[in-house]
Design a protein around this ligand. Sequence first.
Ligand SMILES: CC(C)(COP(=O)(O)OP(=O)(O)OC[C@H]1O[C@@H](n2cnc3c(N)ncnc32)[C@H](O)[C@@H]1OP(=O)(O)O)[C@@H](O)C(=O)NCCC(=O)NCCS
Length: 159
Amino acid sequence: MTDLVLPSETNPLNNLFGGELLARMDRAASIAARRHSRRITVTASVNHVAFNRSIPLGSVVTVEAAISRTFRTSMEVFIDVWIEDRFSGERDKANEAIYTFVAVDDTGIPTEVPPLEPETELEKQRYEAALRRKQLSLVLAGKMKPADATELKALFLES
Ligand SMILES: CC(C)(COP(=O)(O)OP(=O)(O)OC[C@H]1O[C@@H](n2cnc3c(N)ncnc32)[C@H](O)[C@@H]1OP(=O)(O)O)[C@@H](O)C(=O)NCCC(=O)NCCS
């Protein structure tokens, strides 16, 4: 999704307001999740957001969302945010985020999603790490016991 930063969307420093960027990322991620699952999808959690660079008023901002891994009913969505240079047209990475979406039926009950096969090196890296991010998110939400987060524990034992 590509769009401009307008004055009503900025903070007192004339940079894009964080909540506006979160909303844009949520919309793009929702479209990616819906296209993959062909279901109604809802945001289950925002697992990670890094506001690495501010985005000035007037910028052309592109929000790219892609499913990085599917589980039974949930999908991890990676979002990369780019700003376009006004003169060269080149894109610079500004921010990134990881959201979790769940496919639901018409009554809001979680429903299965199709699997996903990573192809590029980046897709494979994101796919591999997705399970431990899911476990971390569930532990933080109080939906999984830390003792059951085997993939997450392995990360700490490795390092
Ligand atoms: C998201 C929602 C459907 C999950 O419902 P639930 O009763 O927890 O259902 P389940 O326990 O079966 O979980 C469904 C999936 O979500 C995953 N999930 C739930 N909470 C999660 C979290 N905090 N982080 C990561 N994954 C989560 C579960 O692991 C499960 O994934 P899987 O089937 O792929 O293994 C439900 O909480 C909901 O409708 N929330 C409101 C969504 C919404 O309105 N979003 C917009 C913000 S206002």
